[in-house]
Design a protein around this ligand. Structure first.
Ligand SMILES: *Cc1c(COP(=O)(O)O)cnc(C)c1O
Length: 369
């Protein structure tokens, strides 16, 4: 069986070093707000290319803290509109509504599966104050066009970089392209902890200070509370794990790119649509999405031949029960993606032989209608 994602195998690659890191924390006596966390914040800011990095509990908190931070600083106000892709993972949208802001869902381009700059422009109103781009599936969704739209309309540009650690736009990394960026270190992400973790990167020192305060009960000074904050921390063990794994991230992303190359060059089946190729460096292949009108048939066929695949994501955000007001909205491109997307396995431990086997299976597949 070729697993969709073999986390055990991935983490076994660096097991000795990770065990050493954990032991270091155990014997340090410091489990929160210690050296590992501040070292990771420094390492990750350097890696992404920002002046500031603030660790936090998870990716959803990172997104929420950025938005709350801008509200506390007076840059955003409750009720302001935030543009966000309609086909994102639900966390992007939940962060917006939890911060008291209004998500404006915008359709992606079917060729790239990323938010459409043209549709962003069409969706701007008097109330629009920010654009949240999501580098979905590990592919850079930033463009000069989006930067110009934000510049012209004075909109904040926030990146959801949960799926794209290490990705580039030209010579800058995603996570350094807008005003602030949120990162998730959920175990299955390209840079994954052994539990939950998240971070905010930004060059805005005032925002960094505010999110750090918000993540610590709104307290900058012990026993003094400036905001009604959250408790959202990156703990020392996770930070030590991330310090270890960050060193290997670029090499692991290169392995992902190699696997993706095998799929891109090899898959030739009329019933399968491959996403358009991204410019060099602009995809770290968190996932390898393909589209087919006969998804169920392909999913079953691959499983029957020992290959696990997953759908990202089966139900679009606007169809979820938690957002009843969005349920009647129509997003045809998003719906098309959600009804035809299937993700092939891609990971640093998948072998080239396995990838070639998947290619020949997909090429021999005939959809049963
Ligand atoms: C994983 C993910 C998140 C949330 O991260 P958590 O750490 O699970 O809270 C946010 N946005 C996107 C696009 C994600 O894939």
């Amino acid at each position: 069986m070729i697993k969709f994602l073999d986390l055990k195998k991935i983490n076994e690659l660096h097991a000795d070093e990770m065990n050493e890191a954990i032991n270091r924390v155990v014997s340090s006596g410091q489990y929160l707000f210690g050296e590992e966390t501040s070292r990771f914040e420094k390492n990750y800011a350097d890696y992404i290319g920002t002046t500031c990095c603030v660790g936090c509990g998870n990716g959803l908190d990172a997104l929420y803290l950025i938005l709350r931070g801008y509200i506390e600083l007076g840059t955003l106000s409750p009720g302001d509109e935030v543009i966000v892709p309609a086909n994102t993972y639900i966390a992007s949208i939940m962060a917006i509504t939890q911060a008291g802001l209004v998500p404006v869902l915008v359709e992606p381009d079917i060729a790239t599966l990323q938010i459409s700059p043209v549709r962003i422009k069409e969706s701007i109103t008097q109330r629009t104050k920010a654009v949240m781009i999501v580098h979905l599936y590990g592919r850079c969704s930033y463009s000069q066009e989006i930067a110009e739209i934000c510049g012209t309309h004075k909109l904040l540009l926030i990146e959801d970089n949960a799926q794209a650690h290490g990705c580039y736009f030209e010579n800058r990394r995603t996570g350094s392209l807008g005003n602030a960026a949120a990162h998730s270190f959920y175990p299955g992400k390209n840079l994954g902890a052994l539990g939950d973790g998240g971070a905010i990167t930004t060059d805005d020192e005032q925002l960094a200070r505010t999110v750090r305060t918000l993540a610590n009960y709104g307290s900058e000074k012990k026993y003094f509370f400036s905001y009604i904050g959250r408790n959202s921390r990156l703990d020392e063990i996770q930070a030590a794990i991330l310090n270890t794994k960050l060193k290997y991230l670029d090499a692991e992303n290169q392995r992902r790119e190699q696997i993706a190359g095998i799929y891109t060059d090899g898959i030739k089946n009329q019933a399968v649509t491959m996403p358009a190729k991204a410019p060099k460096g602009q995809n770290v292949f968190h996932l390898f999405p393909i589209l087919t009108d006969y998804r169920d048939s392909l999913w079953k066929y691959l499983l029957h031949h020992g290959v696990e695949t997953l759908i990202h994501y089966p139900i679009p955000p606007h169809r979820q029960k938690c957002y009843p007001k969005l349920n009647d909205c129509s997003f045809p491109v998003t719906e098309q993606i959600h009804s035809s997307e299937l993700s092939l396995p891609v990971s640093p431990v998948l072998t080239c032989e396995e990838a070639h086997r998947i290619v020949s299976l997909v090429n021999r597949w005939i959809p049963d209608l």
